[in-house]
Design a protein around this ligand. Structure first.
Ligand SMILES: Nc1nc2c(ncn2[C@@H]2O[C@H](COP(=O)(O)OP(=O)(O)OP(=O)(O)O)[C@@H](O)[C@H]2O)c(=O)[nH]1
Length: 717
C-alpha cells in the first residue's frame, strides 16, 4: 500500500468526530420528528378542545338569554294588568317596571289583535300598525323568538348610539282571563348583551389565545364577530357542520387565507320557535394555537445543535487522545518498512514500545513480537526460496533435457509412423495383387479385411463383407457348426494350437452364387494388443482337383480298351473278397487269355491286334452282367470278377456263355479273324483266406490247363 493510499483514507479522529456528530444529529432529528408527531398533535387536540368548550360556553349563554327573554314574555302575559288591561297607561307601567330589571330590553310593547300597538314602554310606537312584523305573526299562537334584525321603526325613536340598533325579539300571545285572544306581547332586546357575553367569555384567556367568537345566523350571516366581519356572510366547514347539528373542532382555512383551529356548536332547539338556532364558532390562528409546541421544537433544535458541537469537540479530543499512540506505533512500523531490502542481512532495530493506555501497550508488544517472528520466518523463507530456486533450476535443466529426448522420440515416432504407413500401403498392394484370396478375421470369425482376389474368388465386394461373419456366408451348413467350434478353440488357445494353424487345409466353400469351390486354406494367428487376428489365404484348387481326379481315373483305366487295368482290378478284387466274406456269398474270378493272338499281330500288324483286343473286351463286357467287373490284366489277358454267386455252377454257366461268344469272328479293318479264348475259373468261398494273389494264381493255372487241353484238341483235329 502506498503512502498516497494511506493518507487518502479518513483518519480515526475524523471518523469518531463525524460519527458522534452524526449520532447527535440523528438523535435531534428523531426528537424533532417525535415532537412534530406527538407534541404538535397533542397541542392541536388540546387547543381544539379548548375552543370547543368556549363555543359551548357561548352557546349556553345565548340559550340562557333567549330563554330568559321568552320566560319574561310568558311571565308578563300571565299578569292581570296585561291580560285584562283597562288602559294603556296601566299596561305601560307594568312594561316599564320590567324594562328597569333588564336594561337590554330596549322596547316592550303589547299589540291589539288587529296589529296596532296598544301600550309600549315610553309610549313608543303606540297606535302604530305592526301587524306585518314577524314577531306579531309568530307570537299570535305561542312563544316566539325573533332572529337578529336591524331596527325598522324604533331606530329613529330610540336614543342614538355609536352602533346602529340591532334587536332580537321575544313574543307571545296574550289571552284574557276568559281565554279570549287579547293581542301579542313583544320584547325587543338590543344586541349589546350578546357582545358583553362574548367579551366575558373570552376575556380571561384573550391575551393567551387571541380567539374570536362568531355567532352566525342560519343564512350564514355573522351576527356577532370581530369588527368588520359582522353582518357579512361566511362559508366554511365548521359552519356547515354546526348547522347540521354537530359539535367539535377542526382545522380549516378562513376567508383571510389563514389557517385556524375552530370549535363549533349550535344554539337553540330545532323546531322550537321559542329558541334561536345560531352557529357558535370560536376560532384561533393555528400558529398561535401551536405556539407552545413550536417553541419546544425550536428549543430542542437549539439544544441539539449545542449538544452536537460540544460532543463533536469532546469526540475530537478523545479521538486525538486515542490515535496519538497509534500514530506513534504506525510511525515506528513505517520506519521499519522503509528500510531498504538489501539491509535484510543486518539485524533490524527492535520496535520501540509505545507507553500509553492498556490496549495500545498490548498492541505494541504484540506487534513487536510479530515483527520478531516475521524476521525469523523471513530468514526461513529466504533459505527456502534459495533452495527452491536451486531445485527449480535443476528441474528446468532436467525438463529441457527430457523435452529434447521427447522431441527426438517424436521425430523417430513420426518417421516410424511414416514407415508403417508405407509398409501398410505396400502390404495392401501386395494383398490386393496376391494370387491368393486374403481374409482377416477377428476371434469371433467376423471379417476385418478382404482383398481383391477374395472379391473375385467368392463374389462379395470388400465393403459388403467387412463386419459380417464369414462362416455363415461361405461355409456349407453342415460345416458351419464345426467351423464355429474350431474358431472358438482357436481363439481360446491362440497361437498355442497347432491343429489347423500354419497348415494347408483343403475345404469346399460356397461362393456368392452358391457354387461350390475347392480351396486350399492356410490359416495363421496374429496376436495383437488391440484384439487378436486370424488371417487366411485361400487358393482355388478346383482345377487341380479335377486334373488330379482325371489322372487318378486314368491310372486305373486300361488306355486301349477303357477297362479297369491291373491296379484297379486288384483294388476291386480285394473289395469283392471283403464283401464276399462279410455277406457270406461266394465270388469267382475268370482268367481269360486269347488263343494264338500273337499270330494276328504278326500277320495283320499291331494296330489290327489292338482293334481285336478292343472288340474282345467289348464282347466280354456285353456278355456278363453289369454288376460283374471286366478288366484287362495285361497283353491279351483279361479278368472277370463275378460276385454274389448262389453256387459254383453260376460261374461255370457264365463261362459256358462266354466261350461261344468269343469264338465268333472279329471283323478287323484288313481281315476277319476267328480266335478263341481260354478261361480259367477260381472260386472264393466265404471262409477262404482273402488272398487275391493266390486266387488269381489258381485262376491262371486253371486257364493254363484249359489252354493246353484246347491246343491238344486242335492238334488232334
Ligand atoms: N497288338 C498287340 N499285341 C500285344 C499287346 N500286348 C501284347 N501283345 C502281343 O500279344 C502276344 C501274346 O503272346 P502269346 O500269349 O505267347 O501269344 P499266343 O499267340 O496267344 O499264344 P498262346 O496264348 O499260347 O495261344 C505277344 O506277341 C505280344 O507281343 C498289345 O497291346 N497289342
Amino acid at each position: 500500500m502506498s503512502t498516497t493510499d494511506r493518507t487518502a483514507r479518513p483518519r480515526l479522529a475524523t471518523l469518531v468526530t463525524v460519527g458522534v456528530s452524526a449520532i447527535v444529529l440523528l438523535t435531534v432529528l428523531s426528537l424533532l420528528v417525535l415532537v412534530d408527531h406527538f407534541a404538535i398533535d397533542y397541542a392541536e387536540r388540546e387547543a381544539g378542545q379548548r375552543l370547543q368548550q368556549l363555543s359551548w360556553q357561548m352557546r349556553d349563554a345565548l340559550n340562557r338569554v333567549i330563554q330568559k327573554a321568552t320566560g319574561d314574555v310568558a311571565l308578563l302575559t300571565a299578569l292581570p294588568q296585561i291580560r285584562d288591561a283597562q288602559s294603556p297607561a296601566e299596561t305601560r307601567k307594568v312594561l316599564e317596571s320590567l324594562q328597569k330589571t333588564f336594561p337590554d330590553y330596549a322596547w316592550i310593547g303589547m299589540a291589539n289583535p288587529d296589529g296596532t300597538v296598544y301600550a309600549a314602554t315610553q309610549g313608543l310606537l303606540e297606535g302604530v300598525d305592526v301587524s306585518g312584523r314577524d314577531w306579531f305573526k309568530g307570537g299570535q299562537d305561542k312563544l316566539y323568538a325573533g332572529d337578529f334584525h336591524p331596527a325598522v321603526l324604533l331606530g329613529k325613536k330610540l336614543p342614538q348610539s355609536s352602533d346602529p340598533w340591532r334587536f332580537v325579539d321575544a313574543a307571545g300571545p296574550v289571552q284574557r282571563a276568559d281565554g279570549s285572544y287579547r293581542g301579542v306581547l313583544c320584547v325587543h332586546m338590543s344586541w349589546g348583551w350578546a357582545r358583553r357575553l362574548a367579551h366575558n367569555i373570552l376575556a380571561p384567556a384573550d391575551k393567551q389565545y387571541s380567539a374570536d367568537i362568531f355567532v352566525v345566523r342560519g343564512d350564514g350571516t355573522v351576527v356577532l364577530g370581530p369588527k368588520g366581519m359582522e353582518e357579512q356572510k361566511i362559508v366554511n366547514s365548521s359552519l356547515a357542520l354546526s348547522q347540521a347539528g354537530a359539535t367539535g373542532s377542526l382545522k380549516e382555512t378562513w376567508g383571510d387565507e389563514r389557517r385556524y383551529l375552530t370549535g363549533y356548536s349550535l344554539s337553540g332547539q330545532k323546531g322550537d320557535p321559542a329558541t334561536l338556532s345560531w352557529s357558535v364558532l370560536v376560532r384561533q390562528p393555528e400558529d398561535l394555537a401551536l405556539a407552545g409546541a413550536r417553541a419546544l421544537e425550536r428549543q430542542i433544535l437549539l439544544l441539539g445543535a449545542v449538544l452536537g458541537v460540544v460532543l463533536a469537540l469532546a469526540a475530537a479530543v478523545v479521538a486525538r487522545r486515542l490515535t496519538t499512540p497509534l500514530n506513534a506505533l504506525s510511525k515506528n512500523i513505517e520506519q521499519r518498512l522503509s528500510m531498504p531490502a538489501n539491509a535484510a542481512d543486518a539485524a533490524p532495530p527492535e520496535l520501540v514500545p509505545v507507553d500509553s493506555y492498556h490496549e495500545v501497550q498490548v498492541l505494541s508488544r504484540a506487534l513487536a513480537e510479530l515483527l520478531r517472528n516475521e524476521e525469523v520466518h523471513l530468514g526461513t523463507l529466504r533459505a527456502l526460496n534459495e533452495k527452491l530456486e536451486t531445485t527449480v533450476a535443476e528441474r528446468t535443466r532436467e525438463i529441457a533435457r527430457k523435452a529434447l529426448q521427447l522431441e527426438r522420440a517424436l521425430a523417430q515416432e513420426q518417421s516410424t509412423q511414416q514407415l508403417l504407413q508405407e509398409r501398410a500401403a505396400e502390404l495392401r498392394a501386395i494383398l490386393d495383387n496376391a494370387h491368393d484370396a486374403f481374409i482377416a478375421l477377428d476371434p469371433g470369425g467376423v471379417v476385418l479385411d478382404w482383398n481383391r482376389q477374395a472379391e473375385r474368388l467368392l463374389g462379395w465386394s470388400r465393403a459388403e463383407v467387412i463386419g459380417q461373419p464369414l462362416g455363415a456366408m461361405v461355409l456349407p451348413p453342415l460345416l458351419r457348426r464345426a467351423y464355429e467350434r474350431d474358431m472358438r478353440q482357436l481363439a481360446e488357445a491362440g497361437a498355442g494350437t497347432e491343429s489347423v494353424l500354419n497348415r494347408r487345409i483343403e475345404l469346399t466353400l460356397h461362393n456368392r452364387e452358391g457354387k461350390e469351390l475347392s480351396v486350399e486354406i492356410s490359416l495363421a494367428y496374429v496376436p495383437r494388443s488391440s484384439g487378436h487376428l486370424f488371417i487366411a489365404f485361400l487358393h482355388d484348387i478346383s482345377e487341380r482337383r479335377s486334373l488330379f481326379a482325371s489322372m487318378e481315373a486314368m491310372a486305373l483305366r486300361d488306355t486301349l480298351t477303357g477297362l479297369p487295368n491291373r491296379r484297379a482290378l486288384m483294388q476291386t478284387l480285394d473289395e469283392a473278397l471283403q464283401r464276399a466274406n462279410r455277406l457270406r456269398q461266394s465270388c469267382a474270378v475268370f482268367f481269360l487269355d486269347l488263343d494264338r493272338f500273337k499270330q494276328v499281330n504278326d500277320r495283320y500288324g499291331h494296330e489290327e491286334g489292338d482293334e481285336l483286343l478292343r472288340q474282345f473286351a467289348e464282347r466280354v463286357r456285353q456278355t456278363v452282367r453289369k454288376t460283374d467287373t471286366v478288366g484287362r490284366l495285361a497283353g491279351d489277358e483279361f479278368i472277370v470278377i463275378l460276385e454274389m454267386l448262389h453256387s459254383d455252377d453260376d460261374a461255370q454257366e457264365t463261362a459256358d456263355k462266354l466261350r461261344p461268344v468269343l469264338q465268333q469272328p472279329f471283323v478287323l479293318k484288313t481281315a476277319t479273324v476267328m480266335l478263341g479264348a481260354s478261361i480259367g475259373i477260381a472260386i472264393h468261398h466265404p471262409d477262404d483266406p482273402a488272398d487275391i494273389e493266390m486266387l488269381l494264381g489258381r485262376a491262371d493255372r486253371a486257364m493254363y490247363v484249359n489252354k493246353q487241353q484246347g491246343a491238344q484238341q486242335r492238334a488232334r483235329r
